[in-house]
Design a protein around this ligand. Structure first.
Ligand code: SAM
Length: 238
């Protein structure tokens, strides 16, 4: 099973420190929402965000949108061999049901994330498709690797061990019952903390240049799908 954790997601509501700023108030009026119910987004709040600490790493929900679209509803996901978690910059964890069908439209995705961050779950009643889970990143990884002595934890990161696609295939188990936990940063600039980096057993660098999170997600998912035979069984199926 492949467990993807999007790390330090640039996903949060507009923080209180900047809700009184004109740019935020105007945007809230346009959307017909309260200022503290808006998803922080550099496209709309870039100028106001310069007042926030670490602003270069924050307010990019589109990274999470594109990453989730690239991994959900794939053949691996349909085979029940994928799990997805979002790790937020304040350390909270969101569990994504692999069978969730996300809106294809970005504005509708934003509305869904606002509901999630306000209510703690989506939909508000019934079985949750996305919900907050009361665990730390370390606890989550321990839980995902539970019961397997061969489980692998890999962090995709610039400056990690240079890893060709062939090496990646060799690194990944062919047995789908062995958990493979992969961390991928879902923020635009800056670095992961040493504390986060140390949670993973190995760090891998794919391309020699920086890659977008959704490209890393797609590449890992497809190499893993090849390794466990999902591509072969599904693509040749009649
Ligand atoms: C746009 S980067 C985030 C920027 C940040 N400077 C960094 O490298 O972490 C998005 C994420 O994609 C992954 N990534 C980017 N380039 C990579 C590469 N060449 N090899 C492996 N993973 C990469 C990392 O997990 C990174 O956090």
């Amino acid at each position: 099973m492949l467990h993807i954790i999007l790390l330090d997601c640039a996903l949060e509501l507009v923080p209180r420190e900047i809700t009184s700023l004109k740019q935020i108030q105007k945007h809230a009026n346009r959307r017909g929402k309260k200022t503290n119910e808006l998803l922080l987004d550099q496209t709309h709040h870039g100028q106001s965000m310069t007042k926030l600490s670490d602003y270069e790493r924050r307010g990019r929900p589109d990274i999470i949108f594109l990453s989730l679209l690239s991994i959900l509803e794939t053949p691996l996901c349909k085979e029940g061999l994928l799990s997805v978690h979002l790790h937020l910059q304040d350390g909270q964890i969101i569990e994504v049901q692999p069978d969730v069908r996300l809106p294809r439209n970005y504005d509708r995705f934003v509305g869904l994330m606002e509901q999630l961050l306000l209510k703690g779950r989506v939909p508000p009643t019934g079985d949750p498709l996305l919900h907050f889970s009361d665990v730390s990143l370390g606890d989550l990884i321990s839980k995902l690797r539970e019961g397997s002595s061969n489980a692998k934890t890999l962090l995709a990161i610039e400056g990690g061990q240079k890893t060709s696609v062939e090496n990646l295939r060799r690194l990944l188990p062919q047995d789908p019952t062995v958990p493979v936990i992969v961390g991928i940063g879902a923020f635009p600039h800056g670095d992961l903390s040493e504390e986060t980096i140390e949670i993973f057993d190995a760090s891998i660098e794919l391309d020699k240049d920086v890659m977008m999170a959704w490209q890393v997600c797609a590449e890992l998912l497809w190499v893993y799908s090849l390794s466990v035979g999902v591509v072969k069984t599904r693509y040749s199926a009649t």
